[in-house]
Write a protein that binds this ligand. Structure first.
Ligand code: TXA
Ligand code: MG
Length: 342
């Protein structure tokens, strides 16, 4: 059930549901989350069941304020405190050492925990009201089935799950791709998942280099060997993830142009094309959409474009590889994973 324009009363009802061990889907500035009380292992178990996600894949815990960090984390390094002060509320998740006695199911029984304060006003208000009822953090992965495209609109969430799930509608998510994740649980900061906040921006804030441990780079190549224990299983880091139903091909602008000139679609075959270059296709079996040349706008449209192509029942999606500059890193990461799924 979607609650349109949630009022303070609706948010209080949602907070009570969380307190009682039920799930609530809510908007954040990145993507919609499927939330449960992070300290209630039965409620957290419902998230894993609903998503079909392996239970050793840790969830991000959303908190309303920096004071709540101490409830979940220990030994927070200074660089993490700086990141919190500069970028929270916002699209940044920090992996910290976890207190042994909290949120074990939410953290996938790892010794670390991912925390963030989202900036969407509805999310913040829900978290504040929940805390007043004794819910210190809301564990919330993206509100989609395991491996699917993340939802950036309330209707996307409804398409993923049964109709009794309470969904707070907060409009279309401003950023559109998931938070940047920095592992702060080791001696040096490590990027686990790129997002809209770029590594350069974060490095400037902490005046420290951030190592990268992304796909195709496991174990860490450029970290001192004593730090090179690999990061836990984590869904967002699986190569085949964020996938629509149609097969996705990521092509250079030249290769895409060539393929459009030479490919003859089979009868009834539909091909979705998302490119910065405007092509004039030879057949109406090619459905062309323009990819924004601004990275923020492109991130905002990415997942809904993939979903729209699925709705149009295209058989393949051809996507022009975006530029390689830093502001495109999060987008390139999601596209690479979407195209690795089949
Ligand atoms: O933007 C976001 O981060 C969204 C919204 C809802 O806040 N949430 C989200 O959650 O993307 P999810 O569950 O789809 O992604 C969680 C990812 C995991 O795949 C993993 O990469 C990382 O967070 N993560 C969480 N806890 C971790 C931990 N203890 N150690 C390492 N990685 C962790
Ligand atoms: Mg996800």
């Amino acid at each position: 059930m979607i609650i349109e324009h949630p009022t303070e009363r609706d948010l209080l009802e949602a907070a009570k549901l969380l307190k009682d061990g039920s799930l609530v889907a809510f908007p954040t500035e990145t993507v919609y989350g499927l939330g449960a009380d992070a300290d209630n292992s039965n409620a957290v178990q419902l998230i894993f069941e609903k998503k079909g996600r392996p239970t050793d894949h840790p969830l991000i815990v959303h908190v309303p304020d920096v004071d709540s960090v101490d409830h979940f984390a220990l030994n927070v390094p200074d660089f993490a405190k700086t990141l919190m002060a500069m970028f929270w509320p916002g699209p940044l998740t920090l992996i910290l050492q976890k207190r042994p006695d909290v949120a074990n199911a939410a953290s996938g029984h790892h010794s670390t925990i991912g925390l963030r304060i989202p900036s969407h006003p509805l999310a913040l208000e829900l978290l504040k009201l929940s805390k007043k009822l004794g819910v210190f953090g809301v564990a919330a992965p993206s509100a989609n089935r395991f491996g699917h495209v993340s939802p950036t609109q309330a209707v996307h969430v409804r398409e993923e799950f049964d109709h009794d799930l309470l969904i707070l509608n907060g409009g279309s998510c401003q950023i559109g791709i998931e938070s940047t994740i920095i592992d702060c649980s080791r001696d040096v900061p490590v990027l686990l998942r790129p997002g809209q906040l770029s590594v350069q921006e974060l490095e400037q804030a902490i005046e420290t280099p951030i190592y990268q441990q992304l796909i195709d780079q496991d174990p860490l190549e450029d970290l001192p060997t004593m730090l090179s224990s690999s990061a836990p299983n984590a869904s967002g880091r699986l190569l085949a993830h964020y996938a629509p139903k149609a097969k996705v091909c990521l092509l250079s602008p030249q290769a895409l142009g060539q393929q459009l000139n030479t490919y003859r679609p089979k009868p009834n075959e539909l091909i979705g094309i998302w490119s910065q270059n405007a092509f004039r296709p030879s057949s109406d079996q090619f459905l062309c959409e323009i990819m924004p040349s601004d990275a923020d706008l492109c991130a905002h449209e990415l997942f809904s474009t993939l979903r729209d192509f699925d709705k149009a029942q295209v058989h393949q999606i051809w996507i022009e590889h975006p530029p390689l500059s830093p502001e495109w890193q999060g987008i390139c990461d999601r596209l690479k994973r979407a195209s690795s799924a089949q």
